[in-house]
Design a protein around this ligand. Structure first.
Ligand code: SIN
Length: 275
């Protein structure tokens, strides 16, 4: 096995591990790598949807997305499609997946199906580092507080993407989570608010809450907390959604002659209630 770090903050590209091997022994290797690097990448992994599902289910029960319709043959797989003439793509701002749920996603297994020759990289940011380096005066103000996360906080909705399918559910999901959560496996502290879904700090007036959240969002997006993955087809990313945020870069500018399709298959694993 070879491990190539993607940045000083997080992320490692792993070679010499075959994701078709869904044995418990191989899973333990993968899970240890995930806990250490927070997001791990594998190239040339021609796994089938069944193998992707088996791998995901090693991490825990599969999560059904609240709003997006899965594939007809594999309802647990959300196909993320950006058409050649689209500027936007799903996931194009900093977020932790479904943080508005009572139990936000534990991990995601994302496989690339079709990748543009350039553009459409994904970035990840380390929220343990974000907590460790946060200004002490902000830490003091938020350390025992909770914040509201709302699904209607999203700036883009499924209808904004031409080829993505809604499952017909438009209910709002809104839940409170501690701003600083403890990782259930590593026991590390994590800054658990995000620009896309976190709306308000409980027990603070709106103005102060907005000011603090905006400071935190700026801090969380510091480039020295990030890594960036340039996709190739049949690559797989696995991220720990408890301790990282991610951002799918929609750098598809009309007029630059770069109209290409991007297709990814996403499977998410249910998490636990943040503490
Ligand atoms: C997502 O936000 O889950 C999508 C990530 C990507 O397509 O790179």
């Amino acid at each position: 096995m070879d491990i190539k770090l993607l940045s000083g903050a997080l992320g490692a590209e792993i070679s010499g591990v075959n994701l078709k091997d869904t044995s418990l022994k191989n899973f333990e290797i993968i899970n240890n790598l995930l806990l250490e690097h927070k997001v791990i990448f594998f190239r040339r992994q021609n796994i089938t949807p069944e193998e992707q599902l088996t791998l995901a289910s090693r991490f825990g029960p599969i999560e059904q997305h609240a709003y997006v319709k899965g594939l007809d043959e594999y309802p647990e797989i959300v196909r993320i499609i950006k058409k050649p003439d689209e500027k936007n793509q799903w996931g194009e701002n900093w977020h932790s997946d479904v943080s508005y749920n009572v139990k936000p996603t534990k991990a995601v297994i994302l496989k690339s199906i079709k990748i543009p020759p350039v553009g459409g990289d994904t970035m990840f940011a380390n929220m343990e580092l974000a907590w460790e380096t946060l200004d002490e005066s902000i830490k003091e103000k938020i350390k025992n507080k909770k914040a509201i996360h709302s699904s209607l906080g999203a700036k883009f909705f499924i209808e904004d993407y031409k080829a993505m399918k809604s499952n017909g559910n438009y209910d709002e999901y809104s839940n409170e989570h501690p701003i600083v959560r403890t990782h259930p496996e590593t026991r590390k502290k994590i800054l658990f608010v995000n620009w896309t879904y976190t709306k308000k700090i409980i027990g603070m007036d709106k103005k102060e809450s907005d000011e603090i959240l905006n400071e935190i969002f700026k801090h969380q997006a510091r480039l020295d907390f990030t890594c960036r993955f340039q996709w190739t087809e049949n690559a797989v990313a696995i991220w720990d959604n408890r301790s990282v945020q991610h951002y799918a870069i929609a750098d598809f500018f009309p007029g630059r002659g770069l109209g290409h399709e991007r297709i990814m298959d996403r499977i998410a694993v249910q998490g636990d209630k943040p503490n």
